[in-house]
Structures are given as C-alpha cells and as structure tokens.
Design a protein around this ligand. Structure first.
Ligand SMILES: O=P(O)(O)O[C@@H]1C[C@H](O)[C@@H](CO)O1
Ligand code: HPA
Length: 320
C-alpha cells in the first residue's frame, strides 16, 4: 500500500476498514510506460505459462465483462490466477475473474484471459495490453478479443453481436498509446500500419457461422471506439461518436488490438451490445447505462458468444 493518505482507504466508505488480501481493495500505483515490461520480463512470464501448462497455445482469447464463460468451455485446463503469475497485474473489476486458462478448445491449444486490464483501473495502456505480448511469446498467432459495449448505431439491439472491422482510437487522439516509449523491434516496427487490422477472412467465417446458428439478424459488422472510462458517455459525446461513424462504444480492446497488430498477430474481435446508448436528451432513467445491466446481458448471451468462438476455432483448425 502506498504511503499517500489518498490511497490508505482506496475503495471503502470513510472510516470503513477494507481487507487488503482482496485484490479489488489494493491500490494500483502507475509507473511510466517506458519503464514497463522489457522483452526479457515478458519472456519470463511466457516461459512460466508454457512450462507450467506444458502447452504452447496458438489462439489467445480475452474475455470481456461478464463473458468469462468463454474460458469455461476450455478442456484439460490449467488455470493460473493472475496473482500467482510473476509480474502480472491483478483484476479489480467485477465480471473479470483474474485467471488465465490454458487448454484445448475444438482441437486447438488456447489461452484465455478471464479478466482484462482497463485504463480506468489505473494501469497505463502498455500494462493493460502487456498480456498480448505474453501471448505472442507463448506462440499465439490469433487474438480473439471480446468486449461488452454500448450500441450507438440505432439499428443495434441489446444482445446483438457486432463483429469489429475497424476502430476509432479516442485515447490515441488524446496522445496515449500502448506503444508509447522506446520501441523494441523484437516485438514490431516503430510505426505499425493499422489498416486491415481486423482479419477479413475471420469476419466472413464468423458471419457464415452466424447464419448457421440462426442469429444473422442479431449480428453486425461495425466500428468500435474505446474511451477511458470509468464514466459512461454523455449524450453530447455519444452524438459526436455517432457522427464519427462509431457503432459501439466501450472502454477496452483497442489498445490490445494495437499491441497484437504491432507483433503481427491475426485479430478477430467482437462486441456484445449490452445496452443501447441514448443519443437524444430525455429524463428517462432507462437511458442510463450501468454495470449490473452490462453483466446481466452478458450472462444471458454467453451461450451464443461461446458457440461463435468455438465454431470459429474449429474452422481455423480445419483449415490449418
Ligand atoms: O472489459 P470490457 O470492455 O468488456 O468491459 C466493459 C467496459 C467496462 O469495463 C465495463 C462497463 O460496464 O464493461
Ligand atoms: O455504454 C457503454 N459505454 C462504455 N462502455 C460500456 N461497456 C458496456 N456498455 C458500455
């Protein structure tokens, strides 16, 4: 615990004593990006996972809020709690269990993060997406990133799945990037291109799978934007995002995708639309997003999300 007064009781009510052994009660002390995670440290984490599981994963999965069940369908699983992985951050958000699961899914060795790291938790972006580099050094070729998001496109309904084909990097607009600081060419180039970041072949396969599952009416292809959170957006912000061509908004994924493309991983990403974002002013309480609703919708739709992921992995395996 840091010695500054502001951190001495970080998440409780005034005077309330919190149990520091609970991960979500621990303050996070940000460190400048450049000092974070040199190649050798990431290699050590990757070695720990490969040796500890005796498996070399090919596909990495990041489970969005309430979508941790994507990791529950993994067979012969070796589970690593984040707290027991050397140099790994801890999860502090409800719906993000804080476990790394390595095992078999539809004939492929996968590693799934049951819990991701968000900027609003106090982690710099490079730290939020550091596990993607760990995946790379474990041997991962494909990143599957999932998230819960608010639907801005008026055609989207709660429970729909939006396959990401592009993003608007609002944190990047504000001068923040997971690649900030010295570039290590062992990961990738100083100036990576991001057009074609979202693998078209995988999007097309997923659309086909959506048809086979009978959910094509609830599936879209669209543009995601990540804001810093933890506040949900104002109406004016949502209007602005819509004008910029954004279909769904969240607080994650973009920095993970940037990190994955930097080290040349193939990316497939989707948003589960957990709430509809209001783009007109009204007094209705229904218009206010809240995390309980996000989690409840994710729970309701986890079966379809798991099936989509499993079937897509089966196809990747069949064609390799
Ligand atoms: O981790 P994701 O992006 O799925 O989580 C979203 C964004 C916030 O963490 C949370 C807000 O309800 O859900
Ligand atoms: O409406 C939202 N905004 C930002 N993040 C979110 N995550 C789920 N829903 C939302």
């Amino acid at each position: 615990m840091c010695s500054i007064d502001c951190c001495s009781n970080p998440r409780g009510k005034a005077g309330e004593k919190l149990d520091p052994s609970n991960a979500s009660n621990r303050p996070i002390i940000p460190t400048p990006n450049g000092e974070l995670y040199p190649y050798e440290v990431i290699q050590e984490i990757a070695d720990f996972i490969v040796k500890g599981s005796n498996m070399r994963p090919k596909i990495g999965i990041i489970c969005g809020s309430g979508l941790g069940s994507l990791a529950d369908i993994i067979q012969d699983a070796k589970v690593f709690e984040y707290e027991k992985i050397p140099n790994f951050p801890v999860s502090t958000v409800e719906g993000h269990a804080g476990k790394l699961v390595v095992g078999n899914l539809e004939g492929a060795v996968v590693m799934a993060m049951q819990g991701r790291f968000h900027f609003y938790e106090g982690y710099p972006l490079a730290k939020c997406s550091m596990p993607v580099r760990v995946m790379k050094l474990c041997g991962v070729e494909y990143l599957f990133a999932t998230n819960a998001a608010g639907g801005i496109n008026p055609k989207y309904s709660v429970g729909d799945i939006m396959l990401m084909h592009d993003h608007v990097n609002m944190l990047g607009f504000a001068g923040n990037s997971p690649l900030q600081g010295p570039n290590d060419p062992r990961f990738g180039p100083r100036f990576p291109a991001l057009v074609n970041s979202y693998n078209k072949e995988l999007i097309n396969k997923a659309l086909e799978i959506g048809k086979q599952m009978g959910i094509e009416a609830n599936m879209h292809v669209g543009v995601y934007s990540c804001l810093g959170g933890p506040t949900y957006e104002t109406i004016a912000e949502l209007k602005a995002l819509r004008m910029m061509g954004v279909d769904a908004v969240g607080m994650s994924t973009v920095h993970e995708v940037i990190t994955a493309r930097h080290c040349d991983m193939k990316v497939f990403a989707f948003s589960l639309i957990t709430n509809k974002c209001a783009t007109e002013y009204s007094d209705k309480k229904d218009d206010e997003a809240n995390h309980d609703e996000v989690m409840a919708v994710a729970k309701n739709r986890q079966k379809a999300c798991c099936e989509l992921v499993a079937r897509l992995i089966r196809q990747i395996q069949a064609s390799s």
